[in-house]
Design a protein around this ligand. Structure first.
Ligand code: NG1
Length: 459
């Protein structure tokens, strides 16, 4: 791929030489962020998602090290230089440190034997324009680009589908029990297309986007930082889905008279059980009821002790516990969101294949309502954003990514984009930010291609 902004690339190479005196960059690698169009909080439940890669990316100039040392620097002064050896076991930086995302990729590739010891380290200078804590997966772009740099430093490449799976697992070292959407779209994205991504096993299929429309991304100005509260809210949703799955599987097994084992909610998809959808929903609704559950109630129902329940369902990959929330586990609402969102993804793919932008927009709006009411991942600022967007011509407007702040995505007719963005500036941003309203918070994007090395002409 030839990068259009060769000046950026040239400047990055020069900055690399200043950051690492005596070194010359061996190459440049990029990884894009993403916007999820529909299919929110479905990936870790085994149901599909429909994201596209965006024209915002992390760009890295790198060179192999002579030994196993990894030295990283960032053009953004918020992220200080770090170093660590490309050797197991790895000692993480304090929680929230950007170095942990680079380390996660190195650790994942070493642990899975993709790069074998003794490994070569690298020097790398990172730069990027994906707003962080915006629900646009800057963290996964960082993991993906770091993985590609580490592979290149060791003179190897890897099948992108397998790599996406490995890097999704790797990112869990950093502390969210995330699904695999973000790493997959960053690696596999295609220009001009959304991807329908299925999991277990990972598969991706390009889906054309409607001609004459574009996507505008607008930040709610509430930071959805994965190293803070958003992380614990996210992990709680993952645990609630596991608990809903265990109780639902028990109820379905009893009703149909055979034992159904389910690791995740998609194992209970009605078509897999040969049950009509309404029948499956009725059984699960009866089992989960409307009220929140305590750990004690769930444990009793499943015939376990509270400790057994917590050990089996309420721990993260690093075995830290997810505590019971004061208001209890909201199992039916979480189930209803996931099951209905999975149906909306199917319908959305169909609508896009039929070129029906209006139907697609309606589904985006329904998805938002379900994220707000059943999954409870919206916030007042996101609500204000989507309301203003719909009043000013967005066919669909919804929160994107994990929620709890971050951004919304808006489907807008190309002919109305300028007017739409002006209205968003006037009605949402003008009263909230004093400085200039920049493309950090409001921008239009087409679907971009996936991560990889950049061939730079005429440097
Ligand atoms: P964000 O927080 O927007 O990067 C997260 C997860 C995804 C997916 C979405 C919700 C990570 C790295 N990513 O995305 O896998 O579950 O939330 O649909 O945690």
């Amino acid at each position: 791929m030839v990068v259009s902004g060769t000046t950026d690339a040239k400047a990055l190479r020069e900055a690399f030489e200043q950051a690492f005196p005596g070194e010359k960059a061996a190459g440049l690698i990029r990884a894009p962020g993403r916007v999820n169009l529909i299919g929110e909080h479905t990936d870790y439940n085994g149901y599909p998602v429909l994201p596209m890669a965006i024209e915002r990316e992390i760009l890295v100039a790198w060179a192999p090290a002579k030994d196993d040392s990894v030295r990283i620097a960032n053009r953004d002064p918020r992220f200080p230089a770090r170093s660590f050896p490309a050797r197991l076991p790895l000692e993480p930086f304090p929680q929230g440190d950007w170095g942990n995302y680079v380390q996660a990729a190195v650790k994942g590739l070493l642990e899975e034997g993709v790069v074998s010891a003794p490994a070569k380290g690298f020097q790398a200078l990172f730069s990027g324009n994906i707003p962080d804590a915006a629900g646009l997966s800057s963290s996964s772009a960082l993991v993906v680009v770091s993985g590609l740099v580490f592979l290149s430093a060791n003179g190897t490449t890897y099948d992108p589908i397998i790599l996406a799976d490995i890097l999704a697992r790797a990112e869990r070292y950093v502390g969210t029990e995330s699904g695999g959407m973000d790493q997959a779209i960053s690696l596999l994205g295609q220009p001009g297309k959304a991807l329908r991504i299925d999991f277990f096993p990972l598969r991706a299929r390009p889906v054309s986007l409607p001609a004459g429309y574009t996507f505008v991304i607008s930040h709610s100005l509430v930071r959805a930082s994965k190293s803070a509260t958003a992380r614990s809210h996210y992990n709680l949703r993952v645990v609630e889905c596991r608990l809903a799955c265990a109780l639902a599987a028990q109820a379905i097994s009893r009703t149909i008279g055979r034992s159904v084992t389910a690791e995740r909610l998609s194992n209970l998809a009605p078509e897999k059980l040969f049950l009509p959808a309404e029948e499956a929903e009725r059984i699960v609704h009866e089992a989960l009821g409307e009220n929140p559950w305590s750990s004690g109630e769930i444990a009793k129902k499943l015939g376990k002790t509270v400790k057994q329940l917590s050990d089996s369902y309420c721990r993260l990959q690093d075995s830290s516990p997810v505590p019971e929330p004061a208001s209890g586990f909201k199992l039916w609402k979480r189930y209803r969101h996931v099951a209905s969102e999975a149906r909306r993804v199917e319908q959305a793919v169909q609508a896009l294949e039929q070129g029906d932008a209006q139907r697609f927009g309606d589904l985006m709006n329904e998805s938002h309502a379900s994220c707000r009411d059943d999954y409870e991942v919206s916030c007042p600022e996101l609500e204000a954003l989507v309301a203003i967007a719909r009043d000013h011509g967005a066919l669909g407007a919804r929160l994107t990514g994990a929620g709890f702040g971050g951004s919304s995505v808006n489907l807008v007719a190309l002919s109305q984009t300028n007017q739409f963005m002006e209205a968003m500036k006037r009605e949402f941003y003008a009263g909230r930010i004093q400085e200039k309203i920049t493309s950090e918070v409001l921008f239009e994007t087409a679907a971009a291609g996936g991560a990889g090395p950049i061939l730079v002409e005429e440097l």
